[in-house]
Ligand binder design. Structure first.
Ligand code: SF4
Length: 335
């Protein structure tokens, strides 16, 4: 029987929560409220009270490890353990130690890190997240004007250095990297801004770019919700990057998909480009376990093919982007 972190009296764990992107996810919050290197105008946690870039031990790491072991030794069903919460997780000095411990002692679980992406210029921060399975850094603006207006960074943070840090991260990191962009109409949606974002993202080479928008009334009236049309336009402008936009929240009933729908969605996504199962699950908003199951079946049926590592390297794909759809004609010829 699963227990929630709050029922067990955990201080640093929350959930598990059901998330559209990460399935059933156990959250780990390593920062005192609200410690961050940014003060984003759309932050759901409210205003940043400690705007800092200092990487220190914000919470007792031994206590977090004890909570994780106690929770995970019960073998709950989870899709991800996710470092996120009320601040920037890479500001905690022992993030790397925590991830390494999870990979050593609780290897069956996947680890995700939601980050604002500002600290990856430092080699220690890149090393800390090396063992995570999924990294979701943000980049809301690729020009100083939009970055300052939307993200309101700590004074020492410069957007060009943030982008260089993300490029360096990608060169070292072999897991799945999804770049998150929060679209603020009137700030980062014009031709010039989208073109700067595109140029930065093409350098960073994420597996996918996720476009987000305001989902509930924000603190600032000028931060408006991006329309479906605007997201579609930006999505088109960011090609050839794999871009997807988070749709309006649907009811849990709407989100349920049957096996046929899942297989159709997987084949459609893989029709013109390859993805690894983590990215695929993320793009489709389906649990990775379910996607992995269908991918195995579709591989066995010859409807998907693995991309050999040398071919994926030639194509400039960063690591193990393994599956793509086999065209109908090829399938028929093979019979
Ligand atoms: S980076 Fe995340 S936690 Fe920090 S202010 Fe922005 S939205 Fe909030």
């Amino acid at each position: 029987m699963d227990h929630s972190a709050s029922a067990l009296g955990c201080r640093y764990l929350f959930g598990p929560v059901s998330s559209r992107r990460l399935g059933r996810s156990l959250g780990v919050d390593l920062l005192p409220y609200k410690t961050c290197s940014l003060d984003c105008v759309y932050c759901e946690c409210g205003a940043t009270t400690d705007l800092t870039t200092r990487i220190v031990r914000h919470v007792p790491t031994a206590d977090v490890l004890a909570e994780l072991d106690d929770f995970l030794d019960r073998e709950p069903a989870l899709d991800f353990i996710t470092f996120a919460g009320s601040g920037e997780p890479t500001l905690h000095a022992d993030l790397g130690e925590l991830i390494a411990h999870l990979k050593r002692r609780h290897a069956r679980y996947k680890v995700a890190v939601l980050s604002n992406g500002t600290l990856f210029g430092q080699a220690e921060t890149r090393a800390a997240v090396r063992q995570a399975d999924l990294l979701i850094p943000s980049l809301d603006g690729a020009t100083t004007a939009s970055f300052q207006k939307i993200d309101r960074p700590a004074p020492s943070i410069d957007v060009a250095a943030v982008i260089d840090g993300l490029v360096a991260l990608r060169q070292e990191y072999t897991g799945t990297l999804v770049l998150e962009v929060f679209v603020v109409p009137g700030v980062n949606d014009c031709e010039q801004e989208v073109s700067a974002l595109r140029a930065a993202a093409l350098r960073i080479k994420p597996e996918a770019v996720q476009l987000n928008r305001l989902d509930r009334p924000g603190i600032f009236p000028w931060v408006r919700q991006a329309s479906d049309e605007l997201l579609a336009r930006i999505q088109a402008q960011l090609q050839p990057l794999a871009v997807f936009a988070v749709k309006r929240r649907s009811s849990s009933k709407d989100r349920r998909v049957d096996d046929g729908q899942a297989r159709t969605a997987i084949l459609a996504r893989l029709a013109d480009r390859a993805f690894d199962t983590t990215t695929l699950a993320f793009l489709l908003g389906l649990p990775e376990g379910l996607v992995a199951e269908h991918v195995s079946q579709l591989l066995a049926e010859g409807r998907l093919a693995r991309i050999p590592p040398d071919e994926s390297a030639t194509a400039g794909l960063p690591h193990r982007l393994l599956v793509r759809a086999v065209p109908e004609v090829a399938q028929m010829g093979g019979r």
